[in-house]
Design a protein around this ligand. Structure first.
Ligand code: Z5A
Ligand code: MG
Length: 212
């Protein structure tokens, strides 16, 4: 608990469409926090390293087919299998920067037409983030960035549906950043938000569960 004096770490989630810049910003944030002497780790969902994660990875790369409800629950299970480790890390003072979380789960599955509340249900009881930042970009703009890869969901028409589902999901607690700005400008805004959040958690903001 180096710099943290026994206080807890913050759970910080970045969300956004494919190519919105989440992974780029997550690694910049990690360096920033570590440079300030904080204990911090970078996590991402899906976590493709676990048994469930391997099934998800095979599905995303179109090497296997699964019913939409089944894959939805596997994405959720992939978060549940990390929940206790996540809680432990936070309680022992490590801040987690998380690249996609439950919001991706709901947005992508409801974009396929699954019932919105049904999609939210398996996420109940997972840890609620202390900060959700949405990297806001039009699907058309995101598509211009180096082009999509070959994975399932990496198509403009589907990304447009996902964008609409994120709109339904987002609430007033989310921070929204215009992700079309230069990478350094996005980074600067994010750093301010993240530092405020880390401080609030150090001062004793309690952990809570989804959905608040
Ligand atoms: N999924 C799901 O269905 N259910 C769930 O519960 C979860 C996920 C958790 C796997 O995602 C898929 O799983 C995903 C959602 C679904 N499907 N889709 N789409 P992933 O995390 O493995 O892949 P991704 O994160 O969506 O894709 P990505 O391409 O890695 O996007 P990114 O991380 O947001 O972007 P990036 O890699 O940081 O940047 C993309 C490019 O843009 C890169 O060349 C950068 O240099 C460039 N870039 C970044 N920022 C800028 C700015 N500001 N200006 C210009 N260029 C920039
Ligand atoms: Mg990424």
């Amino acid at each position: 608990r180096d710099h943290n004096n026994g206080s807890r770490g913050a759970l910080i989630v970045l969300e956004g469409l494919d190519r919105s810049g989440k992974s780029s910003q997550c690694s910049r944030l990690l360096s920033y926090l570590v440079g300030l002497g904080h204990s911090a780790e970078l996590w991402r969902f899906p976590d493709r390293s676990t048994g469930v994660g391997k099934i998800i990875s095979s599905y995303l790369s179109n090497n296997s087919q699964l019913d939409d409800h089944t894959i939805h629950m596997l994405f959720s299970a992939n978060r549940w299998e990390k929940r206790s480790l996540m809680e432990n890390k936070l309680e022992t003072g490590t801040t987690l920067i998380v690249d996609r979380y439950s919001y991706s789960g709901v947005a992508f599955s409801s974009a396929k037409g699954l019932h919105f509340e049904w999609c939210k249900a398996p996420e109940i009881g997972l840890l609620a983030p202390d900060l959700v930042v949405y990297l806001d970009i039009l699907p058309e703009k995101a598509a211009e960035r180096g082009g999509y890869g070959g994975e399932r969901y990496e198509h403009l028409e589907f990304q447009k549906k996902v964008a609409r589902c994120y709109q339904v999901l987002r609430d007033s607690s989310w921070e929204i950043i215009d992700a079309c700005q230069p990478i350094e400008d996005v980074e600067k805004q994010l750093k301010g938000m993240v530092l405020d959040c880390v401080m609030a958690c150090q001062k004793g903001k309690p952990l809570s569960n989804l959905w608040p």
